[in-house]
Design a protein around this ligand. Structure first.
Ligand code: C2E
Ligand code: CA
Ligand code: CA
Ligand code: CA
Length: 275
């Protein structure tokens, strides 16, 4: 035990150095991955409960690494955010998704995730605008999803960026609603068009009446604020039925569809009869 600190030092030092090297490598590989088309998009349907129809698709990025296999976003988005790679990455996602979704159907809306870090910089307005112009995608069919973290620092700046994006018709959704600090009142200070109720609330509904109650209250409050309410993580028919009763607007989750390739998405399905 007397030698423990020393032993730790000897044990951890090469490991940390190795980690730094691996990180550098991954960073370089991620830059290349964007250019070499190793990224691809899966789409998860957003189902309008009262229209009984898929009205929108959320783009979710994946990285097919040539030797390490498939990387999920949690494994490379944080690195992209820390290194600034998130800028070309988001540009790639936006451009690709606009083109692919337009080719699938002219009636579909598209949701794209924007990282809080890039949402704070005003060039996001220019980037979105020029990608819309390049692709010819209808701005009123584009929904940008940001977590409430995006609004926490420099609120005046964030508000200006949001207003500019909205001025050319883009919609704004608050992602993972309920997991952070924002109150509905705070939400009113920013021009969001909708909230996406985090999946943890929906998952708790099946075995907890208080969770059901919270979901109902949030949907009701969302309506009072004139916000479109999406429930994330809908995995069962009973959750969907409950959400319909609460007059939730949009359902998203494995019960409707896992994130999947565009060609596998059937737009005209009725999920009420689904087993
Ligand atoms: P998110 O935006 O909250 O996306 C929802 C995540 O929940 C997705 O994970 C999706 O596959 C998963 N999910 C959907 N329905 C269900 C369900 O019924 N049950 C469960 N258990 N999970 C469900 P994914 O694709 O791994 O993405 C994770 C996160 O990575 C996303 O969370 C988003 O924050 C981020 N992300 C994904 N694509 C992009 C992107 O293009 N740009 C940026 N900046 N972030 C992205
Ligand atoms: Ca999202
Ligand atoms: Ca979410
Ligand atoms: Ca998330």
């Amino acid at each position: 035990a007397k030698n423990a600190p020393n032993a730790h030092w000897v044990f951890y030092k090469p490991d940390m150095a190795e980690q730094i090297v691996q990180r550098r490598e991954l960073e370089q590989e991620l830059r290349e991955a964007i250019k070499q088309n190793q990224l691809f998009l899966l789409y998860q349907p957003r189902y309008d409960i009262s229209l009984q129809k898929i009205t929108s698709l959320e783009a979710l990025v994946r990285w097919q690494h040539p030797t390490h296999g498939l990387f999920m976003p949690d494994q490379f988005i944080p690195l992209a955010e820390e290194t600034g790679i998130i800028i070309p990455l988001t540009d790639w996602v936006l451009t690709t998704a606009c083109r692919e979704v337009m080719a699938k159907s002219a009636d579909l809306s598209l949701s794209v995730n924007i990282s809080p870090v890039e949402f704070k910089a005003s060039d996001i307005v220019f980037r979105v605008k020029s990608i819309l112009a390049d692709t010819g995608f209808d701005p009123s069919r584009l929904e940008l999803e940001v977590t409430e973290n995006a609004t926490l620092s420099k609120p005046e700046n964030t508000l200006k960026i949001m207003q500019q994006l909205k001025s050319f018709g883009v919609k704004l959704l608050m992602d993972d609603f309920g997991t952070g600090y924002a109150s509905l009142n705070y939400l009113r200070s920013f021009p969001f068009d909708g909230i996406k109720l985090d999946k943890s609330f929906i998952m708790a509904m099946d075995d907890s009446d208080s969770a059901k109650n919270i979901v109902e209250k949030i949907i009701g409050l969302g309506k009072d604020f004139n916000l479109e309410v999406t429930a994330e993580g809908v995995e069962t028919l009973s959750q969907l039925q409950q959400l319909e009763e609460f007059e939730c607007d949009i359902a998203q989750g494995y019960f409707i569809s896992h994130p999947t390739t565009l060609d596998k998405i059937e737009l005209n399905q009725n999920f009420k009869n689904k087993k």
